[in-house]
Design a protein around this ligand. Structure first.
Ligand SMILES: [Zn+2]
Length: 288
């Protein structure tokens, strides 16, 4: 089953079912907007594949990515916390699937169910701490380190070797010029770390890419890997049950936006996800 959202998996069956029965399964095509700055969202999304990108947009049209959400997360969770207007926007950067819930329904569950509230706050905290790191990263680390860091983060969230990203998108994510991205991707390709062709990036040598990345990758990776790994919850994962329930009770709809909406990412089970929490720290190689 592809209802593999790690937030939902971390919940007890009862709490999970109380959310899943309010959801519909949706395909989210490339560039589909999930929320806009300053506007309360109509829906929240439990991502099950692909990547949603959280970006800060400037008046002159420039933008930089300040967060990315894959199947570990819940798009719209920041909006649950209080009345502040969320100034970022969020759109699909790698074709995705999700379980969509009305924002008002998620808010009701957030208020009524302590377990759901605690897990959501855990995710929001991970996002906020990662965001602080990425803010520093965007200002202080060079383009090559950031591209490496970003590709690794994207791979962790999709579990695929080949990522479909255009130069335009990569430039947007890094807040860099397209020509800069071409140049850096060329360097990483010549060094045998990636293969980059016609909007597809294939990661060839992950270890070398980690060495080429800034330390921000390890910091955000550890945050990501320790999400929801509460020992009491780890034994309660019951994917088949949640999948069966989802299959019975949910309607399938296709989000109306450009792109063909086809998913296509491999996913791993939650056990693999938890296991990555013990990932060894790398030794940082000095930058050239
Ligand atoms: Zn960095």
């Amino acid at each position: 089953m592809k209802y593999q959202n790690l937030f939902l998996e971390s919940l007890s069956r009862e709490s999970r079912n109380s959310l899943v029965r309010l959801c519909v399964e949706v395909d989210l095509p490339l560039r589909k907007s999930l929320y806009e700055p300053g506007i309360a969202p109509m829906y929240a999304y439990f991502m099950t594949s692909g990547i949603a990108s959280v970006v800060a947009m400037m008046e002159n049209g420039g933008m930089a990515e300040v967060g990315l959400i894959g199947r570990e997360g819940v798009v719209g969770s920041f909006h649950l916390l209080g009345p502040a207007k969320v100034s970022t926007s969020c759109f699909i950067q790698l074709e995705a699937t999700a379980l969509r819930i009305r924002f008002a329904d998620l808010m009701n569950c957030f208020r009524a169910n302590e377990e759901i509230r605690e897990r959501l706050l855990e995710f929001v905290q991970e996002q906020a701490v990662s965001l602080s790191q990425l803010a520093g990263c965007n200002r202080l680390h060079d383009n090559e380190e950031r591209l490496a860091r970003w590709l690794l983060m994207a791979q962790d969230r999709t579990q695929t070797d080949t990522l479909n990203f255009t130069q335009e998108f990569l430039a947007m994510m890094l807040g860099s010029r397209r020509t800069t991205v071409t140049l850096i991707a060329g360097v990483l390709q010549r060094e045998g770390l990636i293969k980059y062709q016609r909007g597809k990036v294939k990661i060839i040598d992950r270890a070398a890419l980690e060495a080429a990345s800034c330390d921000c990758y390890q910091i955000t990776k550890e945050l990501y890997a320790s999400l929801y790994s509460h020992p009491v919850l780890a034994g309660e994962v019951d994917m088949e049950a949640s999948g069966a329930l989802a299959g019975e009770k949910m309607a399938k709809v296709v989000a109306p936006a450009g792109g063909n909406g086809a998913g296509g990412t491999d996913t791993l089970g939650h056990k693999d996800f938890v296991g990555r929490g013990a990932a060894a720290k790398k030794t940082k190689t000095p930058k050239r």
